[in-house]
Design a protein around this ligand. Structure first.
Ligand code: M6R
Length: 595
């Protein structure tokens, strides 16, 4: 998740320290490269590279940069590897304009090709540069800057926010389409940023632009215009009174809760990204024709692999073997060859267990693909193609939004392989929003009744089996209680003996499996257990369950995906009630780079 910041002063000043400070405040979003540009009169000074803010700042003497306007950008690679040329900001062909964006321009590749054919100088693979040329092409055709931005907005597909400045001007221009952008008003300056926390040390007076608005910053004035007709939009500024910590967490008490609530938006953005991916056809083709197809990961990512395996079988009729990465080495690597395909799944792209499995697969000539959140990570470099999860930085140790986007990618691959309409998945973000709104109060209440429980089970079947496993992992990871996820039908083969009065068992019910789940419920309630059910609004479930958490009605695979949301919320509230910090549970780390 990239970050941008821009500032406009009345006259030329030393802007380096301000740009470095803003960049440092944006680092929590995750980044691989950093860049700064200052503009004064006809001079644009651009300095950028791969690396940490302090390293790049020292290497390029950023603290001495001066200008009347300044832009900084932190890049989290999606289009183009992390490199100096792909780092942002970017110049136009003639070095008269400089700009940077955050988000994803999903028709980047097509637009770059058009710009090259039109004779513009395209230097990088990065979509931030595409934003600059998208405006430049209309300036070259004689349009004024505002009209050029309006036309560029129509050409640039995806979710992004974008800032640019021209030589021989005194303003910065920005536009917002689906990504965060906040404007700040100071005593003798105006500024903007991808998020509120990075503005707060400079000013507490802010304006929140909406999608489809162009922002024109002068040192003493902020103007908003509609991208549709160019007309001025009136918007009052507001004063922020909350603390910095509260603002960084987006108003949520913990990053985990913030990330849970980000899931609809990152799923929406991922759908756009996948729709425009140039790699998907060949990946799907290789998957379809593989002798054996393996889905390989650890922890939460492994649960996504099981979901993927169920989706590929049920939707596309393609068998795929989900494997825990270390077990792949001993159980499958001896048997694989060049006819096999492996999809290695990892949020961090650095999990040692996964990289070991990748190395073992490569020795045998297997074709490796990846799914990762951190672009530029080892996994993205050593797989033939690696699909991005597009979640931005996931701070909280328990994975939430990266799990749902992993499952989303597998659903997408399965639909594509089956030749099904990919728009069938377009409703998922709204269904997620609906689920969060429907379940949140009831689940919080439920958590208060389970606060002192030290032992429980989560059970699922078919598409909900991996969801039960994932729910159990979330619960044990941040509550420190024992929780085991299982196939519901396995419970009678042993664990049933653990059941005593009020013993909590959470069933995740798919609508196709209700009769089977009801048998499971009665098996345990007959022995005194408390059956908590997550599933569709169904009379049979209502009659048999002690508690029913209703999720929206949806197709089987999508319904399973939605069912993980109440489990995430339950684990979050139980964790807080038990005095654990859900963001940073003891003994765990976000990235496991050891065997
Ligand atoms: O970065 P990865 O997806 O490869 O990490 C794998 C596991 O370590 C990770 O999913 C872990 O289980 C999570 N903390 C669970 O919330």
């Amino acid at each position: 998740m990239c970050g941008i910041f821009g500032i406009v002063k009345e006259k030329e000043e030393n802007l380096g320290p301000i740009l470095i400070g803003a960049a440092e405040r944006l680092t929590y979003r995750g980044y691989d490269s950093v860049g700064m540009a200052t503009i004064s009169g006809d001079k644009i000074d651009l300095r950028k590279d791969v690396g940490k803010v302090d390293t790049v700042a020292e290497k390029f003497n950023i603290s001495e940069m001066s200008g009347q306007r300044g832009i900084t950008q932190l890049r989290w690679a999606t289009f183009g590897a992390p490199s100096q040329v792909n780092a942002q900001p970017h110049l136009d062909s003639d070095g008269l304009m400089v700009g940077a964006h955050n988000g994803n321009v999903v028709n980047n590749i097509e637009l770059r090709q058009q710009f090259i054919e039109e004779g513009l100088t395209v230097r990088s693979e990065n979509d931030g540069e595409t934003c600059v040329h998208a405006v430049e092409r209309y300036l070259k055709r004689g349009y004024e800057i505002i009209d050029a931005i309006r036309l560029a907005y129509g050409d640039l597909a995806g979710d992004y926010a974008f800032v640019l400045g021209q030589a021989n001007d005194d303003k910065l221009y920005a536009m917002k389409k689906g990504s965060g952008l906040v404007v700040g008003i100071g005593d003798d300056f105006t500024c903007l940023s991808s998020d509120l926390p990075s503005l707060l040390p400079l000013t507490r007076e802010i304006i929140r632009p909406q999608d489809g608005e162009i922002i024109i910053l002068s040192h003493d004035q902020v103007e908003l215009r509609s991208v549709t007709d160019g007309k001025i939009i009136q918007r009052e500024s507001e004063i922020i009174t909350e603390s910095m910590d509260a603002v960084q967490k987006g108003g949520y008490p913990h990053f985990m809760l913030k990330e849970i609530h980000e899931q609809p938006q990152v799923a929406r953005e991922l759908h756009h990204l996948l729709d425009d991916s140039s790699e998907l056809d060949s990946i799907v083709d290789k998957m379809r024709n593989a002798r054996n197809l393996y889905l390989i990961g650890c922890g939460t990512s492994y649960h996504a692999c099981i979901s993927g395996s169920v989706a590929l079988a049920q939707i596309a009729g393609r068998a795929a073997i989900p494997v825990l990465a270390p077990q792949f080495i001993s159980q499958f690597a001896p048997t694989v060859n060049h006819e096999d395909v492996g999809i290695f799944v990892s949020q961090s792209g650095e999990t040692k267990d996964v990289l070991n499995a990748l190395a073992a697969a490569e020795v045998k000539g297997m074709t490796p693909f990846g799914i990762a959140n951190v672009i530029g990570s080892t996994l993205t470099q050593f797989t033939n193609s690696c699909l991005p999860l597009g979640c931005g930085y996931e701070i909280s140790v328990p994975a939430t939004k990266t799990f749902t986007n992993q499952v989303f990618i597998f659903l997408y691959l399965a639909h594509k392989m089956a030749g099904r309409d990919l728009d069938e998945l377009a409703g998922i973000p709204v269904l997620m929003e609906k689920t969060l709104a429907m379940v949140a109060p009831q689940v919080e209440e439920l958590a208060s009744t389970l606060e002192n429980v030290d032992d429980m089970y989560t059970l699922g079947y078919g598409a909900t089996f991996p969801i039960a496993l994932e729910g159990a992992l979330k619960l044990k990871e941040i509550t420190y209680a024992h929780c085991e996820g299982m196939l519901s039908t396995e419970f009678k083969h042993g664990p049933l003996s653990a059941v005593t009065e009020n013993y909590p068992i959470i069933f995740v019910a798919g609508k196709e499996d209700i009769p089977l789940i009801i048998s499971g419920i009665n098996e345990v309630t007959a022995r005194g257990a408390r059956a908590i059910v997550i599933g569709p609004d169904d009379e049979r479930l209502r009659a048999n369950a002690d508690d029913l958490i209703v999720i929206p009605d949806a197709e089987e695979q999508i319904s399973a995906l939605l069912a993980v949301l109440p489990l995430q919320i339950l684990s979050y509230h139980m964790s807080v009630a038990r005095g654990v910090d859900p963001d940073f549970p003891r003994n765990l780390s976000k990235t496991l780079t050891v065997d």
